[in-house]
Design a binder for this molecule. Structure first.
Ligand code: KIV
Length: 262
């Protein structure tokens, strides 16, 4: 997969299937599946580190996960998240972060929002680094948004999201993630943009979907958003497997002769 395949897939009406990956193990499994591309999301802060939200991620954290994902999936197209405030401390800071992520193995970076960072996004692209935009619910702004809420519900708010999307396309983003917006708004965005619109909680009429891997495998504990479809009951399967191991250990059923050295 290259950035050209993203637009080619949109033209062929072939939806892009993206999933998060934070480690070498899950990247290797995804590489053996038909997943199109991997996102080293800053959701790693919450999913992998138990932190309260994605404002807690930093460049070192995303780079560490990107290196692991690259080792597990050497040929995958990997997009890494620009962490909280990385585009808000000036061009030098943003470019240093881009450098760290690209050197860790990313093929592209994803940046949340647009306002106030048009020039930086343009400069990153002019420097030869593909940028994926991210609009709608932008979790790095969760405190300003007052929670994880659906965005763009009113005509005015919807039009603002659409205008930002058009600007990101004009600046040169190769694709766009749109999170937690009404399905009709996401559909209009996918229709009017030439770059692929990849949805999460944005309905089916877009150019692709992205989910957090642990959510789609049913491995997350706690609240599951409405838009997640769990493909397996991962948490239950894992807990059951652990309990079976404990029981077999305690009854000395494990290991068997076959599992021991003569
Ligand atoms: O960090 C992340 O996992 C993301 C997805 C939710 C799109 O940005």
């Amino acid at each position: 997969m290259t950035i050209h395949d993203f637009s080619a897939m949109k033209k062929k009406n072939n939806p892009i299937a993206m999933v998060t990956s934070y480690d070498s193990w899950s990247a290797a499994l995804a590489a053996r599946s038909s997943i199109d591309c991997l996102l080293v999301g800053d959701s790693a802060a919450m999913v992998m580190h138990g932190l309260r939200d994605t404002t807690q991620a930093d460049a070192q954290m995303i780079a560490l996960h990107t290196r692991a994902v690259r080792r597990g999936a050497p040929d995958a197209f990997v997009i890494s998240d620009m962490p909280f405030l990385s585009c808000r401390k000036g061009l030098h800071h943003a470019m240093d972060t881009v450098e760290v992520l690209m050197k860790a193995g990313a093929d592209a970076v994803k940046i949340e929002g647009l306002a106030g960072q048009q020039e930086i996004i343009g400069h990153i692209i002019e420097s030869g680094v593909p940028v994926m935009g991210h609009l709608g619910l932008t979790p790095q702004s969760v405190h300003l948004l007052g929670g994880y809420k659906v965005q763009g519900r009113t005509d005015e708010a919807g039009e603002a999201v659409r205008a930002d999307a058009r600007s990101l396309q004009e600046i040169g983003c190769f694709s766009l993630v749109v999170e937690c917006v009404p399905a009709r708004l996401a559909e209009m965005m996918a229709d009017e943009l030439t770059i692929p619109v990849i949805g999460i909680g944005a309905g089916a009429a877009v150019d692709g979907q992205v989910l957090v891997l642990q959510d789609l495998l049913g491995m997350s504990v706690g609240h599951t958003p409405k838009f997640v479809r769990k493909q397996i009951a991962g948490a239950e399967l894992i807990i059951e497997a652990l309990n079976t191991y404990v029981q077999e250990t305690k009854t000395r059923e494990f290991p068997s002769e076959k599992e021991s050295y003569a």
